[in-house]
Design a binder for this molecule. Structure first.
Ligand SMILES: Cc1ncc(COP(=O)(O)O)c(C=O)c1O
Length: 506
């Protein structure tokens, strides 16, 4: 594998993919295509207010000529959110909420208001749920993992389709002697193996604890995993973590109807701003089961330095180490108000229509030899997904086009996509049909020392992952149309990956 750097490489590597002629779809008028889209999805017209909001509140996207298709990476903020937050900061005098002075109390009031608003937004009764503010969903998951009282013989059960911040909990389980089991989500659908899961849920040994973790929506394929598993798992004695980081930006999570023990969330994925704030929604009884491995400023009601004892504070207080991100937390309330103003049903309806059109348009793309130009991972129908799709472009002879080429070409055309495995190695392994034996540590001695490229070659992967296209609140028809035009530029092209730089991560 040739490793090179610099601008010469860039032009050489991307040159084979520069359109040599005007894309096929470019000859079809955007307006004609939009008209046939609207005829196919008439209910999209009911969401015209979002197109208006896109023009005013997200005008910078079009002004910059950007096509944003990475909502699973992070949402976009509306201008009014930032203005409202700036006004709040500009008009108030706020201090660290850890005391009782006037500026501190003013801040405490806003933080607690935001906490109540989070409960309200997700339909969670304060009698049943608490909100722990964290830096992000990963921080929320770490709180659960490090404090879950795993003991030898206990179980940690998770889907193969999980973000690494859930996968990482296995290290806490391992350190305390609990056994980890991974539920397969086999290709092509990448849906969980229901009989495997049901069998394992029913097999929690008497007297043992079990923690079951799965995503409501895959951040790789967009597959929605049923929330019905929550009740079934709880009925067998498991605590359940439902990772809703990828689900809530385009779907309503109603904690009055489905009550997981722990729900991690990152707010920037919902409404773009602020970053640096997430939360753990936790049932009071489940939170009380956790045993924190340390204490910190703000988490105790009493402590003695010489006496070597401490008493943890109740509820969320015990889990918010040090000073929370207090100036940003009120912007969560602003963001949730914004989402309610736009309307989750409208967001859901839009991304369903846009996604279905995109999915069908890509699925129909053929090289002139009649072979498919795109491989889409996961269910054959868009409707079984959230607003996310993973795919790869294929050459006329059916090989995967190196994702680095797509990345570079997309960048040139101001398209924001994601490539790789998106911190979800299991879904990628399943999509490429790798078995546990293929990736076992002892199959390839010395793999820890291999470069990423050599590792990919050694296990026979066609590329380092997939291309992810994800839609969200501010997506419009022009965005998906531009992506389909982009896809047309890959028809009848070969993949020339020899000059690409080495991969430095997966
Ligand atoms: C399903 C899922 N879980 C967890 C995370 C981690 O979120 P964060 O990086 O904000 O901690 C992500 C991020 O992409 C995600 O998609």
């Amino acid at each position: 594998m040739a490793i090179a750097t610099g601008s010469i490489l860039e032009s050489e590597a991307t040159a084979p993919y520069r359109p040599r002629h005007r894309p096929v779809v470019a000859s079809v008028q955007l307006e004609e295509t939009r008209a046939s889209f609207l005829a196919e999805f008439p209910s999209f017209a009911d969401t015209a207010h979002v197109d208006e909001l896109r023009r005013y509140e997200y005008s910078r996207v079009d002004a910059a000529g950007q096509v944003y298709l990475d909502y699973a990476g992070g949402g976009l903020y509306a201008n009014c959110q930032v203005r409202a937050h700036a006004r709040m900061l500009g008009e108030g005098v706020f201090g660290n909420p850890h005391s009782l002075n006037p500026t501190s109390s003013a801040m405490t009031e806003l933080v607690e208001r935001a906490r109540a608003r989070v409960l309200d937004f997700f339909g969670a009764s304060p009698e049943e749920y608490d909100v722990v503010f964290t830096a992000n969903a990963s921080g929320a998951l770490r709180l659960v993992g490090e404090a879950y009282p795993f003991a030898p013989g206990d179980r940690f059960l998770l889907l193969i389709d999980n973000h690494n911040s859930v996968n990482g909990i296995r290290e806490f389980a391992r350190a305390r002697g609990a056994r980890t089991t991974c539920v397969p989500c086999p290709a092509p659908d990448l849906r969980l193996d229901a009989s495997f899961l049901a069998r394992n849920l029913a097999a929690l040994p008497a007297g043992r604890r079990g923690l079951f973790a799965y995503p409501a929506q895959s951040n790789f394929s967009g597959v929605r995993h049923s929330l019905d598993w929550v009740e079934e798992a709880q009925a067998h004695g498991w605590h359940v973590v439902v990772d809703c980081a990828a689900f809530v930006p385009t779907s309503r999570l109603d904690l009055a109807r489905c009550q997981p023990d722990f729900v991690p969330i990152s707010f920037y994925k919902l409404f773009g701003y602020p970053t640096g704030v997430g939360c753990l929604l936790a049932r009071h009884d489940a939170l009380a089961c956790l045993a924190r491995p340390w204490f910190a400023g703000g988490t105790i009601t009493a402590v003695s330095a010489q006496g070597d004892w401490h008493r943890m504070a109740p509820g969320h207080t015990a889990f918010e180490d040090g000073t929370v991100n207090y100036l940003s937390i009120p912007a969560v309330e602003i963001g949730l108000d914004w989402i309610d103003h736009v309307g989750v049903p409208a967001i859901e309806r839009r991304v369903q229509a846009l996604g279905a059109w995109l999915h069908d348009s890509l699925g129909r793309l053929r090289h002139s030899n009649g072979r498919p130009a795109v491989a889409i991972y996961g269910p054959g129908r868009w409707e079984e997904r959230g607003a996310t799709m993973a795919l790869n472009f294929l050459t006329p002879d059916g090989r995967v086009v190196d994702e680095r080429i797509i990345d570079r070409t997309a960048r040139d055309q101001k398209l924001s996509l994601r490539t790789g495995c998106f911190c979800n190695p299991g879904a990628g392994e399943a999509a490429f049909g790798l078995s546990p034996a293929d990736v076992a540590l002892d199959v390839l001695p010395g793999r820890m020392e291999l470069s990423i490229d050599d590792y990919i070659d050694a296990i026979g992967l066609p590329s380092a992952g997939a291309i992810r296209v994800s839609l969200g609140l501010a997506s419009n028809f022009d965005d998906v149309y531009r992506f389909v035009q982009f896809a047309h530029t890959f028809l009848d092209r070969e993949s020339h990956a020899e000059l690409l730089p080495a991969r430095t991560g997966c």
